[in-house]
Design a protein around this ligand. Structure first.
Ligand code: C5P
Length: 410
């Protein structure tokens, strides 16, 4: 395992009583040869001085967005570009609000808004502030934007109250970072590959009419993005959808189940397969070359046949079975029970069960509410949240499973 040696951390010091712990964290970083640069916010300066920070980091502390002495030397983009990771410590309720509305009012918020690096937020606040609906709403928004969080922990706070709101300790943060960089490094070295199917399929009866379903393809798309973010080489095989896909993701667009199957076969071997597509179960045996006329007798006689089952093909493929095969299970009743049955029948490693009977989550919504079920029948339920947030949880579970799997084999 590697250490944090030579990593570059940009530490934004916010305004809260826990700001003094930034000094302990910097000390830990320096002891482990981590390079640290700091931005001190105006309110952070009320708690720690630039001199104490500079003494420890041996680097200048950045404070103003228009600092005529340093702007030529290092601007806000350069600070972000320099960093391997950015940390905001402590992250106050007020700071969370600014980030959640994308406010860039000083150097710290401007750097964060303009950054494409991963950002770790370390909240610290009074327990009631943390549990206030506004803060919890901001938490959801920020998680959806992809910010990482550590804490807050339960404990006694500076204000004398007890509860969740205490900042994670420098040691906890340090060990979180060690795991974070170790995992990134491991994934990079393993060169893992994933394929994700998503969206509906369209099965044409004639040039204009088709059998399909309500799937938007959003959940699968988000899972593909989340896997890619973890450093896994990911290909998305997507049925017809109105989604605007990121240019950074490898995508193959298909129409029918047959085409989807063809592309899946072409993409093998992979380490991970996630089948999130709502593949049409049936397709017309014959597709009419021309538009079928409004002749009732013909429409009374549409003959259908079953489509190939892509998930089944992957999970029972002896020659090139992906190490982790994940299925989705869209149900309208007895969701967990039916999904547990499905994981056995379809021989997959994980099944993501979602209730599609609700209007405000599942199909055609930005939100989802899922239960992740493993082969042993263990269920992890995730409350309703943005599909991107749920995708990050799914991707992390898949990665941990894959790493454990690899460890057992080697
Ligand atoms: O059998 P059922 O359609 O409920 O199973 C859903 C799971 O099977 C999903 O993961 C879906 O992507 C996959 N599936 C598939 N090919 C099919 C039908 C379903 O990959 N033809």
């Amino acid at each position: 395992m590697m250490s944090l040696k030579n990593k570059k951390i940009l530490l934004v010091i916010g305004g809260g009583i826990s700001a003094y712990k930034a000094l302990d964290l910097i000390r830990l970083f320096k002891k482990n040869d981590v390079d640290v640069k700091t931005i001190l916010t105006k309110s952070g300066k009320e708690f720690v001085t630039p001199l104490s920070i500079t003494t420890l980091t041996k680097n200048k502390t950045f404070e103003d967005i228009f600092d005529k002495n340093t702007e030529a030397e290092i601007d806000h983009i350069a600070l972000s570009r320099w960093a391997d990771l950015i940390i905001v410590l402590p992250t106050t309720a007020n700071f969370m609000t600014k980030l959640s509305i994308g406010k860039a009012e000083d150097l710290a918020t401007t750097v964060l808004l303009a950054s494409d690096k991963e950002i770790l937020l370390v909240p610290a606040m009074n327990v009631r502030m943390w549990f206030h609906k506004a803060t919890q709403q901001n938490l959801k928004i920020l998680q959806d934007y992809g910010y990482l969080f550590i804490g807050p922990e339960k404990g006694e706070m500076a204000c004398g109250e007890y509860g969740e709101g205490k900042m994670s300790s420098p040691r906890q943060i340090f060990s979180y970072l060690k795991n974070y960089f170790d995992q990134k490094n491991l994934v990079k070295n393993k060169n893992f590959k994933a394929l994700v199917t998503t969206g509906p399929t369209k099965e044409y009866l004639d040039p204009v009419r088709y059998i399909s379903n309500e799937s938007s393809g959003k959940q699968g798309y988000e899972v593909a993005l989340a896997l890619k973010k973890l450093g896994i080489k990911t290909k998305l095989i997507a049925g017809p959808s109105n989604l605007i896909y990121s240019k950074n993701l490898k995508i193959k667009k298909v129409t029918s189940a047959k085409e989807m199957m063809y592309e899946v076969k072409k993409s093998l071997p992979v380490d991970i397969a996630v089948c999130a597509a709502a593949v049409s179960d049936f397709k017309p045996i014959n597709k009419s070359k021309n538009k079928i006329k409004k002749d009732a007798s013909k429409f009374n006689n549409i003959s259908l046949e079953k489509n190939p089952d892509i998930l089944d093909y992957l999970s029972k493929n002896n020659k090139a079975r992906p190490k982790i095969v994940v299925g989705f299970s869209a149900e309208t009743e007895n969701v967990i029970q039916n999904s547990k049955k499905k994981i056995k029948e379809k021989y997959c490693d994980l099944i993501i069960a979602n209730d599609v009977s609700k209007k405000d989550s599942g199909f055609n919504s930005d939100y989802n509410k899922v239960s992740i079920i493993d082969k042993k029948g263990k269920v992890k339920s995730i409350p309703k949240n943005k599909k991107s947030y749920i995708a990050n949880i799914i991707a992390n579970i898949i990665l941990v499973k894959l790493l454990m799997n690899d460890k057992n084999i080697n």
